[in-house]
Design a binder for this molecule. Structure first.
Ligand code: S3P
Ligand code: PEP
Length: 433
């Protein structure tokens, strides 16, 4: 059943944080472009990661074998890559994964063959205009209806200067960074507006370096990319995901005590900023090498700039709802073009639970309360981060809540409900699918 009923309860215990979704996409793509065998370790098969794996398979990457570490449900995937892509299936289904779609579109320009990209849910209408402007300039043919998926692309990408906005999605920049080093000439990526989500570009530059690709970064305004480079295969272990850890970190603050394992404290993930935010809000947090421990705390509201950490907003809205005073989330307009309109989704659903959240054009103003009423049905809006945030909000509810659309978690974290129950979350078994 796609619905869960949760009886409010404090969560506590230890949790293995799942691997970073952002780094998993990137590692699979880099491995797929490197001659020889690459072992990408510590993957989970969420819907988004399955979409990228299948997409790379369609482009000729051989997924040689999969080793299971059954006790952890994580996998090591052996990829046999090749930069001379061979299109085996001209239809690439990106499901609901913005990363898969925006990272793989430029590959059509690498092959010159016709490729059709499909998707579902909100993905069919998430913006792709920065790519269309490049295609127009380079005479690459593309076809879609009213700007929506399916999108057909055909034509070769030529090296040169690429102008790209920095404030729609950093995913366009990452997508181009994968393919421009493989063209037969040098390119420059010019960022025409202030770049948001810089942390994600850092992740791309770092993993490219590990796979032997060099890109010169001129203060995030311009990236110089030499052509004719070669990806080198190798072993890559994906580190824990700070965006997912944020749900458990907040759960520990609202509940009792949670220890998060497998996070790298030297990580480049932008969402590592959750640690600073919790500290600024007076949350009790201890950081010891790769173990992060949080304890129940009465937090206070602060101003949070979401431009570098958009994926944290749903769970930070939950924390703000039960913190002392006012929490303001600013520079968050981009949240409207994610899996749901996240500003509308989280304010609507938290208000149903009894919170006081005001939706602004580009942010949220939240007046904190001691606890939430609960006792109602709320919906995930088919968005994994909304479903997970509402689950954590249940900790501070007086009465049980029902979450519809709970399967949305499969997009990034298929074992979320099991982990929630493992930490003491009380889910009515009859509602578990
Ligand atoms: O590059 C990535 O891995 C991502 C970039 C971010 O998107 P935007 O750059 O569109 O904000 C983030 O929201 C998304 O979940 C993952
Ligand atoms: C926005 C997200 O992912 P994507 O853009 O890859 O769909 C997300 O995981 O919150």
């Amino acid at each position: 059943m796609n619905t869960v009923k949760i009886y409010p309860n404090d969560l506590f215990g230890e949790i293995n944080i799942p691997p970073s979704k952002s780094l998993s996409h990137r590692a699979i793509i880099c491995g797929g472009l490197a001659e020889g065998v690459s072992n990408i370790d510590n993957l989970i098969f969420s819907d988004d990661i399955k979409a990228t794996l299948k997409g790379m398979r369609s482009l000729g990457t051989r997924v040689q074998c999969i080793e299971t570490q059954a006790h952890k449900e994580t996998y090591c995937v052996k990829l046999e890559g090749n930069a001379n892509l061979k299109v085996l299936d001209e239809n690439i289904d990106c499901k609901e994964s913005g990363s898969t779609l925006r990272f793989l579109i430029p590959f059509a320009g690498l092959t010159g063959d016709k490729i059709t990209f499909t998707g579902r849910g909100k993905l069919v209408e998430r913006p792709l205009d920065p790519y269309y402007r490049i295609f127009d300039k380079q005479n690459i043919k593309y076809k879609n209806e009213k700007g929506k998926l399916p999108l057909e692309v055909m034509g070769r990408l030529k090296p040169g200067t690429f102008e790209i906005d920095g404030n729609i999605s950093s995913q366009f920049i990452t997508g181009l960074m994968f393919v421009l080093p493989l063209l037969n000439g040098d390119s420059t990526l010019k960022i025409t507006t202030e770049l948001e989500s810089k942390g994600y570009v850092d992740l791309t530059l770092d993993i490219l370096k590990k796979f032997n690709i060099k890109i010169e970064n001129n203060d995030y305004k311009e990236f110089n990319i030499k052509g004719n480079q070669q990806y080198k295969s190798g072993y890559y272990r994906v580190e824990g995901d700070f965006s997912q850890a944020a749900f458990w970190i907040v759960a520990g603050i609202l509940g009792r005590n949670i220890k998060c394992k497998d996070l790298r404290i030297d990580s480049l993930q932008g969402d590592k900023v959750i640690l600073d935010i919790i500290q600024k809000m007076n949350g009790k947090i201890q950081i010891e090498e790769d173990l992060i421990e949080v304890n129940q705390s009465r937090t206070k509201g602060i101003v949070i700039d979401a431009s570098e950490c958009p994926d944290l907003v749903p769970i930070l809205a939950v924390l703000g709802s039960v913190s002392k005073g006012t929490t303001k989330i600013i520079n968050a307009e981009r949240l409207r073009i994610k899996e749901s309109d996240r500003l509308k989704a989280i304010s609507t659903e938290l208000n149903k639970l009894g919170a006081d959240v005001k939706e602004l054009k580009d942010g949220l103003i939240i007046e904190g309360k001691e606890d939430l009423r609960g006792g109602v049905v709320v919906d995930s809006w088919n968005d994994h981060r909304i479903a997970m945030a509402l689950a954590v909000a249940s900790i501070k509810c007086i009465d049980p809540i029902i979450i519809t659309g709970s399967n949305a978690v499969n997009k990034s974290y298929p074992s979320f409900w099991r982990d929630f129950a493992g930490l003491g979350g009380k889910i009515d078994e009859r509602y578990l699918g």
